[in-house]
Design a binder for this molecule. Sequence first.
Ligand SMILES: Cc1cc2nc3c(=O)[nH]c(=O)nc-3n(C[C@H](O)[C@H](O)[C@H](O)COP(=O)(O)OP(=O)(O)OC[C@H]3O[C@@H](n4cnc5c(N)ncnc54)[C@H](O)[C@@H]3O)c2cc1C
Ligand SMILES: *[C@@H]1O[C@H](CO)[C@@H](O)[C@H](O)[C@H]1NC(C)=O
Ligand SMILES: *[C@@H]1O[C@H](CO)[C@@H](O)[C@H](O)[C@H]1NC(C)=O
Length: 411
Amino acid sequence: MDPFKQKPKSLFIHGPIIVGAGPSGIAVAACLSEQGVPSLILERSDCIASLWQNRTYDRLKLHLPKHFCELPLMSFPQDFPMYPTKHQFISYMESYADQFGIRPRFNQTVVTAEFDPSSEIWNVKTLDGFQYSSPWLVVATGENAEPVIPKIHGMEHFHGPVVHTCDYKSGSQYKNKKVLVIGCGNSGMEVSLDLCRHNALPHLVARNTVHMLPRDIFGFSTFGVAMTLNKWLPLKLVDKFLLLVSSFFLGNTNHYGIKRPKTGPIELKLATGKTPVLDVGQIAQIKSGNIKVMEGVKEITRNGAKFMDGQEKEFEAIILATGYKSNVPSWLKGSDFFTKDGMPKTPFPHGWKGEQGLYTVGFTRRGLHGTYFDAIKISEDITSQWKTVKSKSCSDSHIINLISTTTLNNV
Ligand SMILES: Cc1cc2nc3c(=O)[nH]c(=O)nc-3n(C[C@H](O)[C@H](O)[C@H](O)COP(=O)(O)OP(=O)(O)OC[C@H]3O[C@@H](n4cnc5c(N)ncnc54)[C@H](O)[C@@H]3O)c2cc1C
Ligand SMILES: *[C@@H]1O[C@H](CO)[C@@H](O)[C@H](O)[C@H]1NC(C)=O
Ligand SMILES: *[C@@H]1O[C@H](CO)[C@@H](O)[C@H](O)[C@H]1NC(C)=O
């Protein structure tokens, strides 16, 4: 009898449960499938890579050169440029999922996952009251699961739209409008540039310090050059080199209101996750005054904003480029593997494995390059255990051997 016909509220998964169908989740599923290990991906959205498909702006390109952004087992097509567009990256991930027969179960928001020590099993519950169980749980919900919305005094009284960058697609609707962009990381800088290109008038709030680096040095990716140098030189020296080329190519960014942190760019990235901003034209727009850099916002008024330096300006829209956060603490229960910010307590390269069959992929602060290494290690580790468990449990009639997730999707 087909167990799925009864609309079961609970399923034992013979193979790991992976939460999240972003690049990290599908990379783990692919590496496992290559070893003959089935897995089930639970995804809250209705497609793979929903961050890329639904929460990024139209003109986005990969920030890092393509060979740092590939997933295991499958290269980018030969004709991809050095910095693929988001559309190219999405099409790559779709062929990737096809290639390895990955069919996540969509519209499945995980609300709790808890380890039961008596049965040594993870019980994973979704919003619609379903429960999935497995000895292995792979956390792949990402460092960017939820937008961070800051509390700024007076924001609720603002007359115009207030939009987080996750809902920003293009500057076309902001033509000739004065727009306040809050946050000067990669998103804030790139949205400001996109606004300029659509003849809007962006004001960028740069309250925090940030490292701006040229994206390329004489045709070579700055990131790639830094990675190569780092093989031979101490980190501090590589950082010194990066600061030198930055001042050569970009000038002293402090003069334009973009204050540099005291700690070097790579050291800072590794310690705090704060990514340097790679210049793809922003500095030129800042120098020419098309992007106006402002100090911190004191308060938002009905018609605009008051700034720390006493200025007051009118705006027609506000864009919050205030970043993202992990959501793991909201659903993973009874585990002290993660910090309250939802990042593994153990730093890279050891943060991929927790206790009792818990794994994490994509929490390395190293983007897709970190995912690549996590996914391979996780699949090797689970594969070796799975083979022993499988030989034990073949005779157990209660266990549903989940080879085909298509059947499951038709429940
Ligand atoms: C604008 C932007 C540009 C970027 N550019 C680059 C780049 O050039 N290079 C690079 O290496 N990195 C880049 N990154 C970082 C990027 O986030 C990661 O590289 C990549 O998307 C991480 O993949 P992931 O699978 O770990 O997380 P995500 O892509 O965020 O996928 C996580 C998935 O989990 C799902 N999920 C979350 N919570 C739940 C839940 N409770 N239940 C079920 N499902 C859930 C989400 O819907 C999502 O589909 C960029 C990020 C942004 C925002
Ligand atoms: C995300 O975008 C994809 C591709 O355009 C679309 O198929 C999907 O329905 C969208 N999902 C949401 C939740 O908007
Ligand atoms: C998704 O799940 C929710 C409940 O969790 C349900 O209300 C909704 O109809 C589902 N949507 C689709 C498209 O299946």
